[in-house]
Write a protein that binds this ligand. Sequence first.
Ligand SMILES: Nc1ncnc2c1ncn2[C@@H]1O[C@H](COP(=O)(O)OP(=O)(O)O)[C@@H](O)[C@H]1O
Ligand SMILES: [Mg+2]
Length: 161
Amino acid sequence: MSHYKTTLADEAATQALGKRLALHLRPGFSIYLHGDLGAGKTALTRALLHAAGHQGHVKSPTYNLVEIYQIQLQGQDVKIMHFDLYRMTSPEEFLEAGFREEFNEHTVCIIEWPEKAEGILPPADLNIFLRIAGHGREVELQALSDKGNECLAKLNFAPNL
Ligand SMILES: Nc1ncnc2c1ncn2[C@@H]1O[C@H](COP(=O)(O)OP(=O)(O)O)[C@@H](O)[C@H]1O
Ligand SMILES: [Mg+2]
């Protein structure tokens, strides 16, 4: 499975990555975002949602656990579920809320703090790791499925040196 690592020198670079990711989203896709508070998980998702056609505000789902967006991908209605599980106290909470059922072919799931639901989440198509590095960020993208591989290939990164 493919794997890329690169530097995001400033917030504009994070936004550009979000925008590129949006171009290759497909219904049924899941992205898990890893990284400390302030690493840029929400900033990346916000850019992705705006590029995917969402025109309103994108707020961090820290308190509600999830924010839902209805967008169109190639003429098809798609629901994007943006989760932030930071405040979840146990993985069971995720199951009880019925979130597990949202992982289906009609929905795109983007999850901040997937570690909080470890053991009950299905594997992601794409793992994204963000790290604070000086004034910028380091980002690693890891494909975990054929769909994830296809997405990374289309993102067309320069090869890792
Ligand atoms: N590549 C980058 N370089 C420097 N600052 C960035 C970069 N990407 C995002 N930021 C900034 O870092 C912060 C990230 O916050 P946020 O996206 O809420 O983090 P998280 O959701 O991971 O807790 C924002 O203040 C944003 O402006
Ligand atoms: Mg966040």
